[in-house]
Design a protein. Structure first.
Length: 340
């Protein structure tokens, strides 16, 4: 039997996966399979061809997928997230780095088996940056892709290294072999800012203070923000993040001048976010109780990013600005979520 052409999404039960599956389901000619240690929510199950319950560290699952399906496009979303990584750096490295290498090897073998490049989309993070002081952060402003790549977290180090791994597989894989081995993987990565989703519950990430404020206010619960009011990092609405991945995936390779791209949309301070939330929920009780450790991490992340190259190479243009994100996407959707 011929293997079936599909799109593979790892870590599909997470925030990006939810939006990605929903969008890809609108094109039924490109069926989706998923791999995750957690099951998909009930509303997503009918939208995929098959969900594999397993880990990206389990080579048996990947061998089974290789035998059954012809994977043309991979969205490798599986990762241990930033705050949790700091509690278990060795586990973070295993999941984030070894898991990514397993998927790159899988993509290489897929490319070799069906004689075409496998497109590999990898969501990286502004955690790949590391500014040495708050003063320099404020002075620097927008940061380009190749500036201040000295992350202070294991998550950021994992992401930065995996960007390099992807570039290696795409351009230099087994470069001293007798026959050329590279060119089977088309690796493309986006360094995302803080992504804010209205349809999934925040999971305690380093930048989750923004959505946590809204969810607490919508439920009439008090919220103690864990960062200073002047804390400023770039953010983006989740639909724009999903659009960016799909848009980059559809761009002809000859138009791309790099393998890793910054994207951004808006960069409010925590105080500005609080003011928007209080206007929408006049009774909201939001106070500040700084978590010095998480604050220290955020102070090393840029105030904003320069995404000129993404806008030029593949037409990146977010639909949602700050006010539109809250007014048209976050607040009405989260109101409905907690009104049920």
């Amino acid at each position: 039997m011929l293997r079936k052409p599909v799109i593979l999404i790892t870590g599909a039960s997470g925030e990006i996966g939810h939006g990605l599956i929903t969008r890809l389901a609108q094109s039924p000619d490109r069926p989706v399979i998923t791999l995750d240690v957690n099951p998909l929510t009930s509303e997503l199950v009918p939208l995929v061809r098959h969900q594999f319950a397993g880990s990206v560290l389990d080579s048996q699952f990947l061998d089974r997928i290789l035998a059954e399906y012809e994977v043309e496009l991979i969205f490798h979303l599986a990762a241990l997230l930033s705050t949790r990584c700091e509690f278990a750096p060795a586990t973070a490295h295993k999941v984030n780095v070894e898991g990514t290498m397993n998927l790159l090897e899988f993509a290489q073998r897929q490319g070799e088996s069906h004689g075409r490049k496998v497109l590999f989309l990898y969501p990286s993070s502004i955690a790949a940056y590391g500014l040495p002081s708050l003063e320099l952060k404020r002075k620097t402003g927008k940061i380009k892709e190749d500036e201040h790549n000295q992350p202070t977290t294991i998550y950021g180090a994992n992401k930065l290294y995996c960007e390099h791994l992807g570039r290696y597989y795409a351009r230099h894989y087994k470069q001293i072999a007798a026959q050329p081995q590279s060119g089977r993987v088309d690796f493309r990565s986006i360094r995302f800012p803080g992504l804010i989703s209205a349809v999934t519950i925040p999971s305690g990430g380093t930048s989750d203070y923004a959505p946590e404020m809204i969810h607490a206010a919508a439920q009439g619960k008090p919220y103690a923000c864990f960062v200073r009011p002047d804390t400023r990092i770039p953010f983006m609405a989740m639909p724009d993040g999903v659009d960016a991945l799909l848009q980059l995936a559809c761009t002809p390779a000859e138009r791309l001048t790099r393998s890793v791209y910054n994207v951004g949309a808006f960069n409010p301070s925590a105080q500005e976010i609080q003011e928007i939330v209080v206007r929408a929920f006049p009774g909201a009780e939001i106070t500040t109780h700084v978590d010095t450790k998480r604050q220290g991490i955020l102070d090393t992340w840029p105030e904003d990013v320069d995404d000129t190259t993404a806008r030029r190479d593949w037409g990146f243009a977010p639909r949602y600005d700050l006010n539109g994100t809250f007014r048209d996407y976050l607040i009405p959707t989260i109101r409905k979520l907690h009104a049920k």
